[in-house]
Design a protein around this ligand. Sequence first.
Ligand code: FAD
Length: 453
Amino acid sequence: STVTSIPKICIVGSGPASFYTAQHLIKTVPRVEVDIYEQLPVPFGLVRFGVAPDHPEVKNVINTFTKTAKSPQLRFVGNVTLGRDLSLKELRNAYHAVVLAYGADKDRELGLKGEQLGNVVSARRFVGWYNGLPCDTDFPVNLDVEEAAVLGHGNVALDVARLLLTPIDKLKSTDITEHALEALSRSRVRHVKVIGRRGPLQVAFTIKELREMLNLPDCITVCNPFDFETVRSAVPNLERPRRRLTELLCKAADLSPSGNVDSNSRQFHLVFFRSPLSFQPSPDVPDTVGSMQLEVNQLDEQQHAVPTGSTETVQCGLVLRSIGYRSTQADPDVPFDIDRGHIPNISGVVQPGLYVAGWLATGPIGVILSTMTQAFGVGRAVEADVSSGRVDVSQARPGHTAIGKLLNDRGVTTVSWKDWERIDAVEQSRGKNVGKPREKIVDINEMLAVSVG
Ligand code: FAD
């Protein structure tokens, strides 16, 4: 078909999936205009609010996203929530195509007895708290305990364990929030058990994160050698990344102290073949967790965890759940699979004109790199639908002209890229004063006030 009007496409969300999709569209669809609507006044999603503060190198992708954002074909509109300020219908009427990329920001729960006790918390919200996610600023977590448990064997579980066991001086020069730094400096947490339901061959964390745990200063790694009995013989047949990871785990097990460990030392316990059964209140502090009952598992032939029938109890005054996330149906018109917690799609295509990118499409699995690969694929699908005419761009659409007016009529204060740059500059200058790359603003009203300049 002949393209007579400007193709107008909007993306909901501004994490990696959004920016990589936008990057591909701007590169490949002639004259395209891409508008990004983000619920927060600040961009970058989990790159800002998920990635650990002591991993600044991971955040370098922000430079690429910023380059994309500065293209005259891209418009950033922050502080706009799909499902609250705008409906999907309104976006679909205003644009030729809509890409949903709003991530998976809800926590999964275990549904176990005692889970509602104080200090049984979501690891994701703990991350939000130390990374300055506005809704988690007042997150109630009590670090005045010695024993903590993290449920899950993924990278996020190791991130939170590392933050709890890292000497505070190492965090002072990161972009960790001031309130978290202050609380962590008074933390009494010394022993962190990272607990998974399966064995060393099934862990989901990566070798880099494990190595950092093993190299933590003044921290002893403790494993149970019996968990490794059948592991060593499997090592030669593993594929290279899994083999290297497993070799490092075996080395950690070899170095693990065999006798009693000085209880004053900082300890990282890697616990395998255990599932939580229930949480019990602390005898000292009512309504707060004091211990946890665990079920002992073994693996069946399909490598699934099956209970052996025996149980054990571990002391823990803090439990962090890191067992996965789920997306939500932001708007009733979003076709959503409640059971699987994502939007059903084929390579990002929901239907011509409606697409889904990133964790909302794949479920909450994978790192920024895999999100990038998926998002470029979504970009290609949109590009193909526009050039083949499956998405008809011959009729002009109003795009931001209509949506901007709607938002204005509804009294929504929006944040442009220029406005974000003002927030960014203030954060960096506040950080400079205290020797950090930035001091994040954690209050939405303050972000908005600063954005006006
Ligand atoms: P997100 O990054 O979550 O972006 C979604 C965006 O949509 C957010 O900005 C959100 O505010 C916005 N949004 C939500 N709802 C709405 C709405 N209704 N309207 C408008 N906007 C909305 N990967 C790595 O490679 N390295 C790491 O070190 C690393 N650390 C991680 C740490 C944590 C704690 C987590 C959870 C993940 C980590 N990851 C890491 C994985 C990486 O963050 C993801 O692969 C990636 O962020 C997924 O991108 P996304 O764009 O799909 O989602």
